[in-house]
Design a protein around this ligand. Structure first.
Ligand code: 1VU
Length: 312
């Protein structure tokens, strides 16, 4: 299925384009979005090799478990960006380009115009759409100040991603386990995505990935991000993917509650009641709206919501 129709990116896993082993490994994974990387995980002397690896890789159909194939290019102004786009933008199984270090509208506009100019591929709809989506990485104070103009720049912009490590470097911050130093930036990004109807708002990387402690920290960060309005998280290791996909999907209890609210609301509507009670709590229009949104999200994440509804 084309990514254009799903826009569910609970986990976005980076795979270094210079590692053929990790590229091959990604084929066996189950992930909403895999971003094959040409940027920070690839050294300058291996950029050309990584472009060629990724281009060859995206000639082959997406693996069953992967819903979306993205490529992260190098930032506009580095001197690598045009070669990156030219190398991959007509690959048959490319869905999305991730543009790092977008500081202003002009960075994004240049990338979007160049992609649209170079993109000539017109394969069958199942393999790849004519227009590819863009995700923009927000990594600096300047970018946070320019969020509104960035969000309004390109029709194919599908979401924003927060890069904590570069943001910390820009502001000379030290990352702490509480992540409070990023609160303003993360809230601003999640709010901007909502205000501009961008489907994906993807949170910072959890740098711990090893063992039980890595899983605990990852889970805690996912729920913290969800609480701020993010609907996905960047991952650097396969073990993080299932944790993010579970955390950013509605839980079974949430789906059951939402299904009950939607069913009971239809009855309340017939009786002309805008406010009513379920399990001792008042339900009115915004609560019903939340329940309907949960049902849509659950369906997009693969839940059989009709089976849950039948129980009620
Ligand atoms: O079991 P196998 O030996 O066959 O495979 C290993 C390993 O190769 C594989 N693996 C991966 N496969 C695909 N994508 C990945 N990202 C990935 N990471 C690991 O999984 C098996 C187990 O791996 P491991 O636990 O032995 O881990 P390693 O020591 O091999 O690798 C750890 C690092 C962190 C180096 C690796 O996961 C990695 O390179 N991750 C990606 C880093 C990256 O892309 N950084 C830049 C993006 S983050 C960013 O820019 C923030 C905005």
């Amino acid at each position: 299925m084309s990514a254009a129709r799903t826009a569910v990116r609970r986990a976005l896993l980076y795979v270094p384009g210079s590692s053929q082993k990790m590229l091959d490994k990604s084929r066996g994974l189950t992930a909403d979005c895999v971003a094959y990387d040409l940027e920070d995980s690839v050294t300058i002397n291996r950029k050309a090799e990584a472009r060629s690896n990724i281009r060859n890789f995206l000639e082959q159909p997406r693996a069953d478990g992967i819903k979306e194939c993205a490529v992260r290019i190098n930032a506009v102004g580095t001197g690598h960006e045009a070669d990156d786009i030219e190398a991959v933008c007509n690959a048959p199984y490319l869905d999305t380009l991730v543009i790092p270090k977008v500081n202003s509208s002009s960075d994004l506009k240049w990338a979007a115009d160049f992609i649209n100019h170079k993109r000539t591929f017109t394969g069958p709809e199942e393999s790849s759409p004519r227009q590819i989506k863009i995700l923009a990485l927000i990594e600096s104070a300047k970018a946070i100040s320019n969020l509104r103009e960035i969000c309004e720049t390109a029709a194919q912009l599908d979401g924003l991603i927060f890069a904590a490590e570069d943001f910390a470097l820009d502001l000379s911050l030290t990352r702490t386990p509480s992540l409070t130093e990023f609160l303003y930036a993360r809230s601003a990004i999640a709010t901007a995505c909502r205000a501009h109807d961008l489907p994906s708002t993807i949170d910072l990387v959890c740098t711990s990935y090893k063992g039980e402690e890595g899983s605990r920290v990852m889970e805690e960060e996912c729920f913290g991000g969800k609480g701020l309005g993010f609907n996905g998280k960047q991952c650097i290791h396969p073990d993080q993917v299932a944790i993010a996909q579970k955390a950013f999907a509605p839980s079974e209890d949430e789906v059951a509650w939402a299904a009950r609210v939607v069913i009971a609301d239809a009855k309340a509507d017939e009786q002309g009641r805008g406010a009513w009670t379920l399990d001792g709590k008042m339900i009115d229009a915004p609560v019903v709206g939340k329940a309907k949104r949960l049902v849509s999200k659950a369906e997009a994440c693969g839940f059989d919501v009709s089976a849950v509804k039948e129980k009620w």
